[in-house]
Design a protein around this ligand. Sequence first.
Ligand code: NAD
Length: 450
Amino acid sequence: MQEPSSNPPAAVSRRQFLRNSSLVAASAAAAVSFPSILHAQAKLPIRAVIVGVGGRGSGAGKNFEEAVKLTGVDGKIVAVADIFPEQAERASANFGVTADKCFSGFDAYTKAIAEPGVNYVIIATPPGFKPSVFKAAIEAGKHVFTEKPVATDGPGCRVMYAAGELAKQKGLKVAAGTQRRHQAGYIDTIKRIQDGAIGDIVALRVYWVNGGPIWHYDGPHYGERMGDTDLEKQINNWYHYIWLCGDHICEQHVHNLDIGNWIMNDHPVKCWGQGSRQQLDGKSGEIWDNFDVEYEYPNGVHMFSYCGQIKRTGSPGVDEFAHGTKGWAKPGSSIHAKGEGAWRSSLKLQSGDPYTQEHIDLINAIVNDKELNETKNVTDSTLTAIMGREAGYSGAWVEWDAILNSKFQYMPELAYENSAKMQFGPFRTLKPPMPSMHDIFKDPPMVPTV
Ligand SMILES: NC(=O)c1ccc[n+]([C@@H]2O[C@H](COP(=O)([O-])OP(=O)(O)OC[C@H]3O[C@@H](n4cnc5c(N)ncnc54)[C@H](O)[C@@H]3O)[C@@H](O)[C@H]2O)c1
């Protein structure tokens, strides 16, 4: 199943924007102060670049442009970067970027980030490349919007945590593509849950199921090319390689795991899981297409997580549930306290959709110098997913500290040091993991290749 549409929202009138913003402003995370944005804009033009201009990068660029319109700041996209030239060229037409500002190749991101005046970097590459691009953007002093998930292994998450800290020290703002955190219904409902509306939390259930098989490109995908080298072929079909995608639990289910972490204001300390590769069997690639994982938080609360890319009827779809001593809740919309009628969030209307709101919130934080750094949240949720994945792959309990400090790197050696130096060439393909035969914590790690 593809993710919810990343299309730009229908046009929102300025009056509606103000009204919706003030609704959203009732919640902590999305306070939009329109006049101060107008006041500040003269001082700070926003010049953005997009790194990774596929489906989501293009969508995020349009969301940024919509946010610019709604906030009234002086902002535009001035360069794009993609590993494949065809993708960069297509984006040039989409965003009116001149051909000399459309960069391609492994080092494209360094060139786009170095463009004069750039202060806003949108990162929408496959997950594995995000740590190196994010680190480069922060080191260069840029504000960042990064899509989720932000890494595919422990070493990548450590790069993210460190760069997130550096962003804090430099006063840089970071928003992440865990868009539920910018969605009025979630902000409103989770605040009530945290304030005790359903008593003490006793369990959480999170789902990304029912979607059917994900895309699979064994043939040309980007432009006319398929590529001759392993790296080119794998990047062309990136969802199916652990180093690029992180597997389904990381790539998409991270959204739902993030809700559990948000409610608990923490991350799990350990987990156990299982899963398999059923519909993908016989196709190229490494990943599984279903996982069930049981996570435990420090206070003993368990989160039950289910994700799969197998069509099923009658399953819970993409959703989250919280259970407490005084009732239960759907964190995106409603509270069902025992003995009381259902409460539903009325803050459904907000300024555009959550994808645009992410950029409104980031722009607002930049021009008003308000704190916004979502690096730790999105990295915690990414690592939660990675921990669940490795529990499934290995067939053993995995602890947070073990995954956080894990040495095994799915990404190629150079990737975190400087992915700009990478070149297309040979690369290993792993055998789809089999519990008890795939274990990154063994010394040496057990990761059979094809
Ligand atoms: N928040 C959401 O709801 C949401 C929705 C869709 C996608 N996403 C995320 O966005 C990211 C991209 O997904 P997509 O669907 O756009 O995939 P995509 O394949 O359509 O686009 C990825 C682009 O990145 C380019 N790329 C690959 N490696 C690169 C590198 N090293 N440097 C620069 N460019 C590189 C590819 O050529 C491609 O153009 C993923 O992390 C995905 O999880 C988030």
